[in-house]
Write a protein that binds this ligand. Sequence first.
Ligand SMILES: Nc1ncnc2c1ncn2[C@@H]1O[C@H](COP(=O)(O)OP(=O)(O)OP(=O)(O)O)[C@@H](O)[C@H]1O
Length: 211
Amino acid sequence: MLQQLNGHSSSSHDQSRVSLREDIQEFLSGEAPLHQLDDLTKVNPVTLETVLRCLQARYMMDTFYTNAGCTLVALNPFKPVPGLYSPEMMREYHAASQPQKLKPHIFTVGEQTYRNVKSLIEPVNQSIVVSGESGAGKTWTSRCLMKFYAVVATSPTSWENHKIAERIEQRILNSNPVMEAFGEFSNLVLYFSPISSLGFATWPSLPWNPQ
Ligand SMILES: Nc1ncnc2c1ncn2[C@@H]1O[C@H](COP(=O)(O)OP(=O)(O)OP(=O)(O)O)[C@@H](O)[C@H]1O
């Protein structure tokens, strides 16, 4: 006797589970090494296991950024990564004609928003939502972006610019206790406008809190 589950027979349900398992196995043991998948939209089938295995493989290769379509997934390395945030790296992303073709990086996001704000044809206000649980690296990421903008928007040698960058960074850090006083602090929003310079805010309780 066949048992009905949500309008499907249990045997067809079992079949699709077996076929999904096979697809997952095929994907995980495929020829292309998992760490080379730089965009999670290329993961197929998309399951918790396949996505996490892909991110894990990249983490093991010290690759901490992965695209997920137009979103960037950042893993916290919990260690210094030499060269990953160097001024040379910042300039490489800034100088690239198509930064999105370079390896996924927070500087791609930084550069894209910078170009959109600075566009001579149609400057557009920009927001960057940095989301993650406590300790995920939101403050770190925001500081990286501040440093990036300080480097690409100014002359590399100016001591004055260096001081401005430090001051912006310090403001972000100083704001943390105030933000945390509002309770939940899992999303940080940086916003940029062609007219004003830069601002940041938190979304403690949005109904669609992406966390
Ligand atoms: N990209 C990175 N490279 C190296 N270390 C990192 C990186 N991102 C985060 N870390 C480490 O992880 C720690 C926690 O990161 P951070 O303070 O940015 O988290 P957070 O998301 O802002 O946490 P909270 O919400 O609790 O304030 C940092 O102090 C730093 O040591």
